[in-house]
Write a protein that binds this ligand. Sequence first.
Ligand code: FES
Length: 117
Amino acid sequence: MARHIIARTSDIPPGGRKIVKIEGREVGVFNLDGTFYALKNVCPHQGARVCLGKVSGTTLPSPVHEFQYGLNGRILRCPWHGWEYDITNGRSIFDPEVRVVTYPVSVEDDQIVVSIP
Ligand code: FES
């Protein structure tokens, strides 16, 4: 597994993201409250650069006539057709079998390291 230093932790503040190119592919690195996640910048639906999408929350399963909003700051919405993905695992909200490719991330000496298999 190849390891790549992509930034210092201070380069991506909480709620921020950075899109980098690693071994010919684009990877979006997100900071969610101090924890970093890396997703391949390809939507499994039709291939949009999903990491350019809006980060927000989503409506959660709830009783009829009730709307519960949650997971704020953890949902990535694809800019093309609005499919929503959980940044922490790449899984789609509507079908967890549909997912964006994710990569392991570690922090070493204040540097963010993304590992590519
Ligand atoms: S390409 Fe991402 S939702 Fe369609």
